[in-house]
Write a protein that binds this ligand. Structure first.
Ligand SMILES: [Zn+2]
Length: 289
């Protein structure tokens, strides 16, 4: 793990290469108190953040979870008396995630056995517009985008964006919980802020160009999916047309197939197909009446 002070008082904790289970977190300090964005997967991963705060005589007052995925909240037990908060629906989703350790064992077999005794705290639902964020940070809520609800923090004075999983760098995301089209729109809004530094949820610290590269990927996945629905094609047809372009070389390339499958499901939904319905042939339409 590397800790990099990307701007005065803002330190990014990055776990390269950012593949499954290896996520990033951010410490934002002002005076003697601090806010942490995300708590990684396991307590031992988050210990470094606690140590970094302590070495600067800073008390972590608040832990804010950007979204409900376990790799961003599983390690929150190390923050002692800090207030742990999330956007209200995200807090409810985290409660559910933490209540299903067997499911987590199956989703993340590499860490199987760790989830039943994780001891992670359920965040308190919080009105983020009223949350005290050091360095004049502004919360931005999106959703559905990367997940059902995603929170980013924008520091206009320093032009730093803590994007969490709305952006990754060098590793393709798995886009199975939100809306691929909604995520591309969220990235457009983040690009319009013109950040100089983007702390991603996975992979190295990036820039506005990283946001543009990921947006380009998602726009392409979405348009290939819409073409597949228009022409009656499937995932293989869409994948054959896929051109990685600026994200070629990013890790987890196999996720593109999963993302295309999800994007096709979402495009079918927009086209009026019912969930789970097969290809709608003329015969099937007439039988339905
Ligand atoms: Zn993540």
């Amino acid at each position: 793990m590397t800790a990099t002070e990307v701007a005065d008082g803002i330190t990014a904790f990055v776990q390269e290469p950012g593949t499954l289970g290896l996520s990033n977190a951010t410490l934002v300090r002002d005076g003697g108190t601090a806010l942490v964005v995300d708590a990684m997967l396991l307590p031992e991963m988050s210990e470094q953040i606690v140590a970094a705060a302590a070495s600067r005589a800073t008390r972590v007052a608040t832990v804010l979870h950007s979204h409900h995925h376990i790799d961003h909240c599983g390690g929150n037990s190390v923050f002692g008396s800090a207030r742990v908060v999330a956007h209200p629906p995200t807090a409810a989703d985290i409660r559910k995630v933490l209540s299903e350790p067997d499911l987590l064992d199956r989703i993340m077999p590499r860490y199987a056995g760790r989830f039943a005794a994780l001891g992670a705290r359920v965040p308190e639902p919080a009105d983020l517009s009223a949350l005290a964020i050091p360095r004049d940070g502004q919360p931005l809520v999106f959703g559905p985008a990367h997940s059902f609800h995603d929170v980013a923090l924008w520091f206009p004075g320093q032009r730093v964006l803590v994007a969490a999983d709305l952006c990754s760098n060098g590793v393709l995301p798995l886009a199975i919980h939100g809306s691929i089209a909604g995520w591309a729109d969220a990235l457009s809004r983040l690009i319009a802020l013109e950040p100089e530094t983007v702390v991603t949820g996975h992979g190295a610290v990036g820039s506005a160009q990283t946001l543009r590269d990921l947006r380009g990927y998602l726009v392409q996945v979405n348009s290939l999916a819409e073409a597949a629905v228009r022409t009656g094609g499937g995932v293989d047809d869409a994948l054959a047309e896929f051109d990685a372009g600026p994200v070629s070389g990013w890790l987890e390339a196999g996720r593109t197939r999963q993302n295309l499958a999800k994007a096709i499901e979402q495009a079918r939904g927009r086209a009026g197909y019912l969930p789970g319905s097969g290809p709608v042939t003329g015969e099937r339409v007439s039988r339905r009446g």
